[in-house]
Design a protein. Structure first.
Length: 277
């Protein structure tokens, strides 16, 4: 168990943030060959092969940007897809398979980080009280929350230079990309109001996920970033917003000489023309 009695990390100026990997979904990233609990093997679909290529390219980009510098890795929730809503788009309905796939894919990156944090996602995906996500976090030797003694947590507050960062998975949704900045603006307003009520410093950078889209909103003295995902459009998304294009990738949050900078790496799928007349 990795305990963090010393909450201050000296010399660390980079945070890598990913989210919504949804391992176990047939619409999300999957390693080239994965052995199931029953001894059989799952072969990725053509879509998953594309996403896996994006996954490998993303980490090449991260390594090139970091250039060996020590860094923190934050997974901002929904590590696995879980067994939910009578879904049929699963590699396996066995949670052991989904959890093993999650650990297999994330462990090499967790080992490279000086500290790994696991934020809890949606209970429909990660289990009641995030029990699946907690098991994965423990296997990845995630930082232990000193208040709960759990490897996963619902939120994380981090000081980086003069900036106060707040990580949490959930944020409001919308059925149209035309209004996708509305929920982030409400999140910022709620953050300021809550901090003001208790006489506390309001976070200057909010990191949210859940939407499977990269969104950044920067009003005065604050900004909010919603991270991209690693899962393509599900039947639910097609019902909610037919035109929404999924975004894949992640972030590097870096403390530089002129403050904190956020760099995103985004991948998309090209829209195809089905019929030409």
């Amino acid at each position: 168990m990795k305990k963090s009695n010393d909450r201050k990390l000296h010399g660390v100026k980079d945070i890598v943030c990913i989210s919504d990997t949804h391992f176990g979904s047939t619409l999300a990233i999957c390693p080239p060959r994965f052995q199931l609990d029953d001894g059989g093997f799952y072969t990725p679909s053509p879509l998953q092969k594309v996403l896996w290529a994006y996954w490998l390219d993303f980490w090449k980009w991260v390594d090139a940007r970091l250039d060996g510098a020590p860094h923190i890795l934050v997974h901002n929730g929904d590590v696995l897809d879980g067994v939910h809503h009578k879904t049929t788009t699963l590699v396996s309905h066995n949670l052991k398979d989904q959890e093993r796939m999650s650990v297999q894919c994330l462990l090499p990156r967790a080992k490279k980080a000086v500290r790994y944090y696991q934020i809890r996602g949606t209970e429909a995906h990660v289990g009641q009280s995030a029990d699946s996500e907690e098991r994965i976090a423990a296997a990845l030797n995630a930082d232990v929350d000193p208040d709960t003694q759990q490897h996963s947590r619902w939120e994380l507050t981090m000081k980086l230079g003069k900036e106060l960062l707040h990580f949490s998975h959930h944020i409001g949704t919308t059925s149209s990309t035309a209004y996708e900045s509305s929920a982030p603006m409400r999140e910022i307003a709620a953050s300021f109001i809550e901090a003001g009520q208790w006489g506390e410093q309001s976070p200057t950078i909010l990191i949210r996920s859940h939407r499977h889209r990269y969104i950044e909103v920067k009003p005065a003295n604050c900004r909010i970033v919603v991270t991209p995902a690693w899962q393509s459009k599900t039947p639910f998304v097609f019902k909610m917003d037919r035109m929404r294009a999924p975004m894949f990738g992640g972030l590097i949050i870096r403390l530089g000489d002129e403050g904190v900078h956020i760099r995103e790496r985004i991948y998309t799928l090209k829209r195809k023309v089905d019929v030409v007349l």
